[in-house]
Design a protein around this ligand. Structure first.
Ligand SMILES: [Zn+2]
Length: 354
């Protein structure tokens, strides 16, 4: 049937079929009426044979023109299986989004329901990624954070309220996620994660998201994930830049160590190192609600794309940043280095990049 997200209209004397990224111009005026008649015919579920029969009686100009009209509708994800869209289903609008991306929405939803994600960090980014995944139907979330809710968190950690101040973030977040989707199994873990042993004690998962700012944690997580064959991604802000990726798929994509992605402190105890240490020790991020939302929403979309398989994540083999003040896109290549000390020997996962 015709996807509910299809719209048609004229602009500058041209008929446009579709809406958003699938919008296509139809310049040949001879196709306009049969195309619109066929689209109207497909408002109800039809078989291909029914559509051909309909075209025979409604499309002058022979088989070639009828073929062109059918192709226009079939290309560009304008037609979807009739079973896909039930307006009353809780995931129905997401189902349309998956179909728009060319995926089978039923299969995407099943894959999400079978997925488990571990989130290291339940603050401004982790909390918003978590609620996006839970409400999208991801089956299980493990929320890891040792912090407690503070008054200064409330500008961006929107699932916490003034009444939650002093309570463990992971437990409050778990409570809020259960309120929003009972089908999502949520496990709060109120604990610091600093080293290899801490990481090994967490449940195995399909993907791990890091939004915690402990010094050196990303390198430790990367090494652990490469060793255990666990895909992972970082999401954060660099002052006023919303940043996500790379989404590391061990044995397939580049990892955190393949290319230098962030500045690093000099080795040893030289004078410069000590000066830099003193300056950096006083760093406090100017965390901002909209920048947190930007990073977390685009990171969550990549997580859903990877788990659900409705298109390639935007952060495979690259770290992406959006400058909040002028919307410049900042990209750092993170392709695989065959000589990388961390991932050179990693073998692809069974399913590879979904
Ligand atoms: Zn590597």
């Amino acid at each position: 049937m015709l996807a509910p997200y299809v719209r048609v209209g004229f602009q500058d004397g041209v008929l446009f079929l579709g809406f958003g990224s699938i919008r296509r111009p139809v310049h040949d005026q001879a196709l306009w009426e049969p195309l619109l008649r066929l689209a109207d015919h497909f408002r109800a579920p039809r078989t291909r044979a029914e559509a051909r029969s309909f075209l025979d009686g409604n499309c002058e100009g022979g088989v070639l023109r009828a073929d062109a009209v059918m192709r226009l509708l079939e290309d560009g994800n304008h037609l979807i299986p009739a079973r896909t869209y039930d307006p009353a289903d809780r995931y129905s609008r997401h189902a349309l989004f998956y179909e728009l991306s060319g995926a089978d929405a039923v299969e995407v939803q099943i894959r999400l329901a079978r997925s488990r994600v571990v989130l290291l960090g339940c603050g401004g980014i982790g909390g918003l990624v978590a609620v996006t995944l839970a409400t999208a139907g991801v089956g299980e979330l493990v929320l890891v954070d040792a912090d407690h809710v503070e008054l200064s968190n409330l500008t961006r950690q929107f699932l916490f309220t003034e009444a939650d101040i002093g309570l463990p973030k992971a437990e409050v977040l778990a409570r809020e996620l259960r309120r929003r989707n009972r089908a999502c199994r949520v496990l709060p873990v109120v604990r610091e994660v600093r080293d290899w042993e801490d990481l090994e004690s967490l449940p195995a998962c399909d993907l791990l998201v890091v939004s915690a700012d402990s010094p050196g944690l990303t390198g430790t997580v990367n090494a652990h994930c490469i060793r255990s064959g666990t895909p992972w991604m970082n999401a954060c802000y660099v002052n006023d830049i919303a940043v996500w990726g790379p989404l590391v798929v061990p044995g397939t994509t580049g990892c955190w160590d393949c290319r230098p992605l962030t500045v690093r402190a000099p080795e040893g105890g030289c004078e410069l190192a000590s000066l830099m240490g003193r300056i950096n020790d006083r760093y406090q991020a100017p965390s901002n609600g909209p920048v947190n939302m930007l990073a977390s929403s685009l990171a969550a979309l990549d997580v859903l794309r990877y788990l659900g398989g409705f298109g390639p994540p935007s952060s495979l083999n690259r770290r992406v940043g959006v400058w909040s003040h002028d919307l410049t896109l900042d990209e750092q290549g993170a392709e695989r280095d065959p000589a990388c000390p961390t991932c050179a020997d990693a073998v692809p996962l069974c399913e590879g990049v979904r």
